[in-house]
Design a protein around this ligand. Structure first.
Ligand code: 13P
Length: 255
């Protein structure tokens, strides 16, 4: 049975006091959120707050710390970079890779993202691989081809054993931070497409085991109908994960 995952991506927001208070509030409130092995919460704070996040979550079940990026290199003279090995040494479990903001502002290619995924997996971190099209591509009706290419050039280069330990997030760029959510039908259509591509490339059993999250203006109001779709296994939440109450309501919207 594939996991249901509600992941928060704080991006470059909060300072120490805000981060600490938000993490304490989220962890305490998840105690009443019906979490289990198969319904988990992941929070991707900025790097400096990761040790506090790991410490805070250590007293709670089924809630995990994530990073928002890692280096494609194992270690060495790469000023300013953070390695997967460092994250693993802090007991981080997940890492978001290939987010559209990294692709757009830091020119990350599918080939580079693949190297990062391999680094992360070599340290037993679970990558949350992001894909998704721009508005321009959707308007030209090229979104299926675009996403297929993102999959083929990146995660479809992994072996069956490797891709098993990975989460996919579909994040249409036009829905990120815009308040314009994909409709449940639009999101479900792409999620089913991705799962079908997984079946064609690997096999049905594997495709059924991989969690596919939706990201893009998820909030407490729209979460329930998105999560009710067959192939939507949770959300990758930006802005709404910065408010403890709203994030908890999103977690509770997942059955
Ligand atoms: P918003 O929820 O703020 O639209 O951000 C989505 C996102 O980019 C999560 O990674």
């Amino acid at each position: 049975m594939r996991k249901k995952i509600i992941a928060g991506n704080w991006k470059m927001n909060t300072v120490k006091e805000e981060a600490e208070s938000l993490l304490k509030s989220i962890s305490a409130q998840t105690a009443t959120s019906n979490l289990s092995e198969n319904k988990i919460v992941v929070v991707a704070t900025p790097f400096p707050f990761i040790p506090f996040c790991v410490d805070t979550f250590s007293g709670f079940s089924h809630i995990y710390s994530a990073a928002q990026n890692c280096s494609e290199h194992e270690q060495g003279a790469y000023t300013g970079e953070v390695s997967a090995k460092m994250l693993a040494s802090l007991n981080v479990q997940y890492v978001i890779l290939g987010h559209s903001e990294r692709r757009q502002y830091y020119n990350e290619s599918d080939a580079l993202i693949l190297q990062k995924i391999k680094q992360a997996q070599s340290q037993q971190l679970i990558p949350i691989f992001c894909c998704g099209e721009s508005l321009e591509i959707r308007e030209k009706q090229q979104h299926f081809d675009f996403i297929k290419t993102q999959l083929e050039q990146c995660i479809f280069q992994l072996s069956e054993d490797e891709i098993k330990n990975l989460v996919i997030a579909y994040e249409p760029i036009w829905a990120i931070g815009t308040g314009k959510t994909a409709t449940p039908e639009q999101a479900q259509e792409i999620h089913a497409f991705i799962r079908n591509e997984l079946t064609k490339k690997y096999n049905e059993t594997l495709a059924q085991e991989i969690s596919i999250l939706y990201g893009g203006s998820v909030n407490a109001k729209n979460a329930q109908e998105l999560f009710a779709c067959d192939d939507i296994d949770g959300g990758l939440v930006g802005g709404a994960s910065l408010k403890a109450d709203e994030f908890i309501n999103i977690i509770n919207a997942m059955s």
